[in-house]
Design a protein around this ligand. Structure first.
Ligand SMILES: NC(=O)c1ccc[n+]([C@@H]2O[C@H](COP(=O)([O-])OP(=O)(O)OC[C@H]3O[C@@H](n4cnc5c(N)ncnc54)[C@H](OP(=O)(O)O)[C@@H]3O)[C@@H](O)[C@H]2O)c1
Length: 335
């Protein structure tokens, strides 16, 4: 099969499309023919070894100290099941599925654990839209619900509201019954409003940390603030949730927990099957849109990485594979 392989860390040019052995489903797994795959901040960070704030060594220990351990990136996918492990009950050949693979989805096929974060694709969504959900959707859900402890009626502010995580954060916060303020640049103000934000702060005109409104949760997906600034607009028991943080913020979060009052909540995104199914249900009910702002052919995956790395993408960057455009895609060949 064809896969986008990276043998060394570096710029987008290190990605080469190569022929590699096709993975196998395994006893408890399914093999998915990938029709679309998201190119995310996780992908470009792993490729470039760009881990924030003193976390370089920890990042390298996870991804491979000298060379990448998993040579195929791609954390999220949508496609069709083409092989089912003997012990699997929940999936059948031909099922349209989407999910979070952690790696390996920038390839024609990806093998995933059937009990992991993979679910039937929501009705009515394209493969590109479905592939866009797991990274941003799971991050937004976990950071708001588990770290932000969001509840009905709260005021929530989301920076980077037009980005891959932000578009889901705005919608999920609204779904939880919060009043949402998004922070975006001028060209994205109406777009963020269309996702359900009650207010949008245009960061080219105003500094959200100098506004008069007090928030229960400040979710900084864009990595554009510090606690010292965000606390100015936090309620006395409010929580600051930065998605991008270094060692210093991690230590500060510990101290704030001991000190009491305004808190910092840090963590890493989750990848559970239950949450993947929750997102699928929300999308099927029309409570969650999955904006794909940038589509590339798989052959142009290096350009897709450059777009994702620009930090100014709208919604998710997605690469698509030929079968997606072909009518025959409806009847995949079992392998
Ligand atoms: N800890 C974890 O487990 C975890 C999980 C997921 C993501 N992350 C991190 O979260 C970050 C965001 O990821 P992403 O994929 O959503 O990024 P993205 O798709 O690149 O989106 C970035 C967004 O930030 C906006 N932006 C740029 N400058 C801004 C500013 N000064 N104020 C407000 N918004 C601004 C951009 O909008 P404009 O184009 O309008 O400027 C863009 O929409 C990444 O650093 C990623 O590594 C961490």
């Amino acid at each position: 099969m064809k896969a986008a392989v990276y043998e060394t860390y570096g710029p987008a040019d290190v990605l080469k499309i190569k022929d590699v052995p096709r993975p196998e489903a395994g006893e408890n797994g399914v093999l998915v023919q990938v029709y679309a795959s998201a190119v995310t901040s996780a992908d470009w960070r792993m490729r470039a070894s760009a881990f924030p704030g003193g976390l370089w060594l920890m990042g390298r220990l996870m991804t491979g100290l000298i060379k990448p351990r998993h040579k195929i990136l791609g954390v999220a996918f949508a496609g069709r099941v083409v092989s089912v492990g003997a012990a699997v009950r929940g999936f059948r050949l031909g099922d349209p599925v989407f999910g979070f693979s952690g790696s390996g989805a920038h390839a024609e096929y990806v093998a995933v654990d059937a009990d992991g974060p993979v679910a039937r694709m929501p009705e009515g969504l394209g493969y590109d839209e479905a592939a866009a959900i797991p990274f941003g959707g799971l991050s937004a859900l976990v950071f708001l619900r588990d770290f932000g402890k969001i509840t009905v009626g709260q005021k929530v502010l989301v920076t980077g509201a037009s980005g891959a995580v932000g578009v889901f954060a705005v919608q999920i916060a609204k779904h939880f019954g919060a009043e949402v303020t998004g922070v975006a640049s001028t060209r994205n103000v109406e777009f963020v409003r269309s996702l359900g934000a009650a207010r949008v702060v245009d960061y080219t005109q105003d500094d959200f940390t100098r506004g008069g409104v007090q928030y229960d949760v400040v979710l900084d997906t864009a990595g554009v603030s510090r606690f010292s600034q965000a606390k100015r607009v936090l309620k006395p028991d409010g929580v600051y949730v930065p998605l991008e943080f270094g060692l210093q913020t991690a230590l500060h979060a510990l101290w704030r927990k001991i000190a009491g009052g305004k808190r910092i909540a840090i963590g890493v995104s989750g990848d559970s099957k239950a949450d993947t199914e929750t997102l699928a249900n929300l999308a099927e009910q029309g409570a969650l849109r999955s904006p794909v702002g940038h589509r590339y052919r798989f052959a142009d995956i290096a350009d897709a990485h450059r777009q994702a790395e620009s930090r100014h993408s709208r919604g998710t960057v997605v690469v698509t594979f030929e079968p997606m455009h072909a009518k025959e895609a409806a009847v995949p060949q079992a392998v």
